[in-house]
Ligand binder design. Structure first.
Ligand code: AHR
Length: 514
């Protein structure tokens, strides 16, 4: 009877294997070869009118019993502020190509209620331009507005940009003043459509390239504002899209997007559970998320052909895990739990973006609250921070720092006939001279013993944080909100210039070297 209970638990990875042999690995930090600056926008986020993200997750309204600042809930605001969110994308996603900005300005009780045709339900438009830009100001984040190419017009976009950014005595600037905002806002990023190869209009790349060229002409700069124009890019391995866009429209854009979601099964009809999974689903999920490396590399190579000086950024403005809807939940709301597996996925992807920071200038995880790989989950007045949240907080030290190239040698993590790297790492030096190293151990059973050396530098004081748990599917719930949280890390030995770090199985570690 005892074995009958213990064996399934071991199979499900719920109990640690006793005294597993460590994986031997080595890491050289090439501090003698400083590389590109890690654009802080790699740590960006995404907020779409979808499910309970905007309404309930962020916006509760000024009259809500939930404590709020101008309608934005205080608990979520305080938690997000801790992440130093550099940039926030809004209002979609697919929703962006059906959004008409005039619906979301003026007195809230006069705003039209519109069906959310992408995700279901009715949007009250209580959260519109002013509310979004107020949220960005409260967070200290740059706004990234995704324009409507699919069902909107260039004139509508031109008017929206004038409304937000013009300091003149024009009718639209005065309408903004009448609606409560005297000073114009700065809008640094504006995208022309979203997924125009799919929900944004089912376009061919040749057609979108021409539409982009026409439409972007009317994305104007007013009153000293400078907009970086972003074009709809590819998804996954749709390399032809990138090639045609760069060839035909590359010189008219500052950024080209890329979307890639991690599904445990890569089958959109049966994606897999967010919480109920075994080691084979863990391994398959990590193998699929690691494909980001291949996609970023190959899209970058295509961009290099047309833009060798890397002026145009690759903006990975949607990425993250996507699982089956939780049993009993509305499928269209895309609400999912978040486990230690998601934390490991986040660490791997952020390391990949850091390593490609010469071309990747922005990334926006999907999405910030209550949708897909969220930072925060809410249930009415309650809130919980996910394991992914903690990774973003631990990794914020890389924002704007200078990348230090890493040379990593480690054996692979093999399960059945599939094998993936067992370790992922990235390093940077900040403006105060501190070196940060982020390390992910992908193996759920074995620690990694990482012999670390620094070329062109010396280790002095070492400290760190670790995020791990006993089970692969450990998660934070409303009743147990701190089951997965960072802890101080001290499993390292410093002997002269040699640093040996023991990275626990299935963990994310960030070290600080001073
Ligand atoms: O993030 C959810 C959806 O995924 C977005 O609306 C769309 O752009 C993508 O397909």
């Amino acid at each position: 009877m005892r074995n009958a209970l213990v064996l399934p638990a071991l199979v499900a990875g719920l109990l640690p294997l006793a005294a597993a042999e460590p994986i031997k690995a080595s890491l050289v930090l090439r501090a003698d070869r400083p590389a590109s600056v890690i654009n802080k926008n790699i740590y960006g986020h995404f907020a779409e009118h979808l499910g309970r993200l905007i309404y309930e997750g962020i916006w509760v309204g000024e009259n809500s019993p939930i404590p709020n600042t101008g309608g934005v809930r205080n608990d979520v605001l305080a938690a997000l502020k801790d992440l130093n969110i550099p940039v926030l994308r809004w209002p979609g996603g697919c929703f962006a190509d059906e959004y008409h900005w005039r619906d979301g300005i003026g007195p809230r009780d006069k705003r039209p209620r519109r069906p959310n045709a992408s995700w279901g339900g009715v949007d009250t438009n209580a959260f519109g331009t002013h509310e979004f830009l107020q949220l960005c100001e409260l967070l200290g984040a740059d706004p990234y507005i995704n324009g409507n190419l699919g069902s909107g017009t260039a004139q509508e976009t031109m008017d929206w940009i004038e409304y937000m950014t013009s300091d003149s005595d024009s009718t639209l600037a005065n309408l903004r003043r009448q609606n409560g905002r005297e000073k114009p806002w700065k809008i640094p990023y504006f995208a022309v459509g979203n997924e125009s190869w799919g929900c944004g209009g089912e376009m061919r790349p040749e057609y979108y390239a021409d539409e982009y060229r026409r439409y972007q002409t009317f994305v104007k700069n007013y009153s000293g504002n400078h907009i970086q124009k972003l074009a709809v890019g590819s998804h996954d391995d749709y390399y032809q899209w990138t090639d045609i866009l760069m060839e035909r429209a590359g010189k008219y854009m500052d950024g080209l997007s890329l979307h890639y979601y991690t599904l445990p099964t890569s089958n959109w009809n049966h994606k897999g559970s967010a919480t109920q999974f075994d080691e084979s689903a863990w391994h398959a999920t990590l193998a699929r998320t690691l494909r980001m490396e291949e996609f970023v590399t190959r899209h970058s190579e295509i961009m290099d052909k047309y833009d060798p000086n890397k002026r145009v950024g690759l903006m990975v403005d949607e990425w993250g895990t996507w699982y089956d809807a939780e049993p009993g939940r509305n499928m269209g709301a895309l609400y999912q739990q978040n486990t230690l597996r998601d934390a490991v996925v986040a660490g791997i992807n952020l390391n990949i973006f850091n390593e490609h920071s010469d071309r990747v200038k922005m990334a926006n995880i999907a999405q910030v609250v209550n949708v897909l790989q969220a930072m925060i989950l809410t249930d009415k007045e309650r809130m919980v921070l996910t394991p992914t949240y903690h990774v973003f907080r631990m990794y914020r030290v890389h924002q704007g720092a200078t990348r230090i190239p890493v040379e990593l040698t480690a054996s692979r993590y093999t399960l059945g006939d599939s094998s993936i790297p067992s370790v992922s790492a990235s390093a940077s030096r900040d403006s105060a001279g501190r070196v940060h190293v982020s390390i992910v151990n992908l193996d759920p059973n074995r620690p990694v013993e990482l012999a670390t050396t620094i070329a062109g530098g010396q280790f002095g004081n070492v400290s760190g944080e670790v995020l791990t748990a006993a089970a692969m599917n450990a998660m934070n719930t409303f009743d147990s909100p701190a089951a997965v949280k960072p802890a101080p890390f001290s499993a390292f030995k410093l002997a002269g210039s040699d640093l040996t770090v023991t990275v626990p199985s299935k963990s994310v570690v960030v070290l600080e070297l001073k």
